[in-house]
Design a protein around this ligand. Structure first.
Ligand code: TXA
Ligand code: MG
Length: 313
């Protein structure tokens, strides 16, 4: 075990790419302080250079030197939810290469709780820049098989840590423009964040908040099959050529391909299954997929956000 950890870490130190599990989704990591290594991430994912990456640390004390300052509210939030599916955006120091932050004066920081991720980061002794390990615009991978299907041969190592516990990406909160702003719904529910630091505003595309985060506006998480969000899946009841993705088990029987995110409507279970089930139904090459939204609270917000982006054409 010890030996394997050193091998992963050696790869990072040598400027190679390592795909690794986190509790949210799989990441494609490189030494965050090595611009050449980071450039490979953008190339392999075909990600535009104006979409910044998250820097992953093994513990909060490693933030020292990477950021200008740590506002009290950000520290409170990190204390409450790190390690875990939380990312905070802060003013960056000169050490963080511009390619990591897409020339923004800010850097996104996250401390994952997944044991393999933390071992990798700790053993490398470096901050690791990592986006989700998928092609740009597609669904995030929640298993090593998903990573392989899109990026096989494009990384030095893929660490198989099984299925990701949470299944949707981290919640991203920015502390760079005074009051905290929720940039992305994710694994830590907005309600839990507000219980710790008070009210946070939602980021809006084209709004007054002068925040650049291209990953938030772009079409994202998209399957190949067109996906339509509807409250009336019944209309497609007898269509064999339409995939049906339910949040919870419907009362009546449906013909054609049906997948249920959670039999009893459990939000954590639905988030866990979300990307996996979208992939499964996508593989059936149907005419289109209709999907029922989750209730709009807690993890349901993150699920609905991903569905909306997957539905954009
Ligand atoms: O759960 C996660 O966050 C996963 C795992 C691997 O940690 N990572 C992930 O990374 O989802 P990615 O690159 O797929 O999404 C990161 C999001 C993007 O929407 C990006 O635009 C935003 O975070 N972001 C990164 N740095 C930022 C910054 N400095 N300012 C604003 N937004 C930033
Ligand atoms: Mg991503």
């Amino acid at each position: 075990m010890e030996k394997a950890v050193i091998t992963w870490a050696e790869a990072i130190k040598a400027g190679k790419l390592v795909a690794f599990p986190t509790e949210t989704v799989y990441g494609l990591g490189a030494n965050a302080l090595n611009p050449t290594a980071v450039a490979k991430i953008f190339e392999v994912k075909r990600r535009p250079l104006n979409d910044p990456l998250i820097v992953h640390l093994c513990s909060l004390d490693r933030i020292e030197g990477l950021v200008e300052d740590l506002p009290e509210a950000a520290e409170k939030l990190l204390d409450a939810f790190s390690p875990g599916p939380l990312t905070v955006v802060l003013r960056k120091s000169g050490i963080v290469p511009d390619i990591v932050t897409a020339n923004n004066p800010t850097v996104a920081i996250r401390i994952p709780s997944n044991r393999i991720a933390r071992n990798l980061i700790r053993a490398s002794g470096l901050p690791i820049a990592a986006p989700s390990a998928n092609l740009f615009g597609r669904s995030s991978p929640t298993s090593a098989e998903h990573v392989k299907a899109q990026l096989s041969g494009k990384y030095a190592l893929l660490i198989n840590g099984g299925a990701c516990r949470v299944g949707v990406e981290s919640t991203v909160v920015s502390f760079v423009s005074g009051a905290p702003v929720l940039l992305r719904q994710g694994g830590i529910e907005k309600e839990r964040i507000e219980a710790v630091i008070g009210s946070v505003s939602d980021w809006k595309a084209g709004g007054t908040q002068a925040l650049e985060s291209p990953g938030l506006t772009a079409k994202h998480y998209a399957p190949e099959t067109p996906l339509i969000i509807t409250e009336n899946i019944q209309e497609f009841k007898d269509r064999e050529d339409v995939g049906k993705l339910f949040f919870q088990r419907p009362a009546e029987d449906y013909s054609g391909p049906v997948l249920v995110l959670s039999e009893d409507g459990d939000l954590s279970e639905a988030a866990f299954n979300l990307y996996h089930f979208i992939r499964k139904i996508d593989e059936l090459n149907l005419k289109f997929i209709v999907v029922e939204p989750a209730p709009d609270y807690g993890l349901g917000r993150a699920i609905n956000d991903r569905l909306k982006k997957a539905a954009m054409t």
